[in-house]
Design a protein around this ligand. Structure first.
Ligand code: GLU
Length: 291
């Protein structure tokens, strides 16, 4: 059965912008009769179980409901390992010894897209690989050998969006599944066919859709919603003042979220279902002024 989702990374308490994205993801899913599932993206070492529990408590406190148990990425390492093994068996992965700095300083082809992996480790011989391993003393990351430079996705808010698909990392040097792989594998495993999230992740969607196709998964519908910014136009952060639910309070947060979306007020997300219309969502960032 089809589902939408919210997938927070537990590195900090959710702020009003994250809560607004969660409400929108919930509205998109519920207004289309989908299940709504929750996934804690805790593969990163900056994440904490305490923060995750507070995030889930905040999401429940503003009235969001989700189906089935919350999934934790840290419990699914086998799921990712199996997919990595499958891609490897298909000859689609290669070891990469590059540091960030190596990548930034590598010579690139004149028309190579900015930010794309320059291909340094793509065609190393066994002997060169061995030498790189010894020189760097690093365990290699695994990159996907892609055969397309760009890929196009359809987004409810952005229309057709074309972005870079380079040889992106699917498993980090420390052996942990990379974000792009984990998201795609989990979305498929959880039956998710609608991805609603902040538009900072729009540039990741071509890579994810490309990988989904490679793995034979259906491509989800995407809706990348505008972020919330502070008065200086930067991403909202803790230092901007009262930005978390604990600081703002449930009712006020809900009415701020409703107001930012053009609705007079909201007592709970349920009450927004009647007025929710994706076609009328604001296309610009919400500038948040804590009061
Ligand atoms: N965990 C990611 C974040 O909190 C979101 C991932 C996603 O929605 O695909 O930024």
């Amino acid at each position: 059965m089809s589902a939408g989702r919210f997938a927070p990374s537990p590195s900090a308490d959710l702020h009003i912008g994250n809560l607004r994205t969660a409400v929108l993801a919930w509205l998109f899913a519920r207004s289309t009769g989908r299940r709504f599932v929750m996934r804690v993206e805790d593969l990163d070492d900056r994440t904490s179980a305490d923060i995750a529990e507070r995030q889930l408590a905040d999401l429940a406190a503003i009235g969001l409901t989700w189906d089935g148990p919350t999934e934790w990425q840290s419990e699914h390492t086998k799921r990712y390992d199996d997919v990595v093994a499958d891609l490897n068996a298909r000859g689609l992965l290669y070891e990469c010894f590059c540091s960030r700095r190596d990548i930034a300083q590598a010579p690139r082809a004149p028309h190579a897209p900015q930010g794309a992996y320059p291909g340094t480790c793509r065609d190393l011989t066994d002997a060169e690989r061995q030498r790189r391993r010894e020189e760097t003393g690093r365990a290699p990351a695994l990159r996907l050998r892609t055969d397309e430079i760009t890929y196009t996705v359809d987004d409810v808010l952005h229309g057709r969006y074309t972005g870079i698909v380079d040889d992106f990392v699917v498993r980090r040097g420390d052996g942990v599944a990379a974000y792009n792989l984990a998201v795609v594998v989990d979305d498929a495993a959880q039956g998710i066919d609608q991805v609603v999230r902040g538009d900072d992740l729009l540039p990741s969607s071509p890579r994810q859709a490309y990988l989904a196709r490679l793995l034979g998964y259906p491509e989800p519908t995407y809706a990348h919603v505008p972020l919330v910014l502070n008065e200086d136009g930067a991403r909202l952060a803790k230092r901007d003042g009262a930005v978390t639910l604990a600081e703002i309070g449930v009712q006020k947060a809900l009415s701020q979220i409703a107001g930012s979306l053009g609705w007079p007020t909201a007592t709970d997300p349920e009450s927004l279902l009647e007025v929710f219309d994706p076609a009328r969502l604001p296309r610009h960032p919400w500038i948040y002024r804590p009061k």
